[in-house]
Ligand binder design. Structure first.
Ligand SMILES: N/C(=C\C=C\C(=O)O)C(=O)O
Length: 145
């Protein structure tokens, strides 16, 4: 079955898009960052009294963004192992690649079964986050939405 997926288990979209869309046996996820579902808080972010971002924790953001991807997959009836392609956007490649790469490997310990991956450095993301993931999974509609 084809259609869109939206779930309260992942951070609310910041625009006019669903969390995911199924087309045949493929599931396309919208870009998702490390906002906490419900509160929208970004784990590890430190702000001054005026709300200016003073510091962030890339490891905490990585762990939350992977949790958010998992939540969208599960809401779609898919599993972590169904991921086939992951595009990762980092706002500061020089500062964050090593920590991100380490946490990534914890989540995909075996390269033989891991999804394809592409990592890009970009100048900005729509929310005050340092990482965003764009994922495609293969998952039969019979397993879920
Ligand atoms: N996917 C988009 C933004 C996601 C932001 C976030 O999860 O914090 C978009 O604007 O296309």
């Amino acid at each position: 079955m084809e259609g869109t997926i939206r779930t309260d288990s992942a951070p609310a979209p910041v625009g006019a898009y669903p969390h995911a869309r199924r087309v045949g046996d493929l599931l396309f996820l919208s870009g998702v960052g490390p906002r906490t579902p419900g509160s929208n808080a970004i784990p590890g972010n430190v702000h001054d009294a005026g709300g200016k971002l003073l510091a962030y924790d890339i490891e905490a953001q990585c762990r939350q963004v992977f949790a958010n991807v998992r939540a969208v997959l599960e809401a779609s009836g898919a599993r972590w192992e169904d991921l086939v392609d992951v595009t990762v956007f980092l706002t500061d490649m020089a500062r964050d690649f090593a920590a991100y790469n380490r946490v990534y490997a914890e989540h995909f310990p075996d390269p033989a079964t891991a999804p394809c991956r592409t990592t890009l450095g970009i100048t900005a993301l729509p929310t005050p986050i340092a990482i965003e993931l764009k994922c495609i999974a293969q998952s039969k509609a019979t397993r879920g939405a």
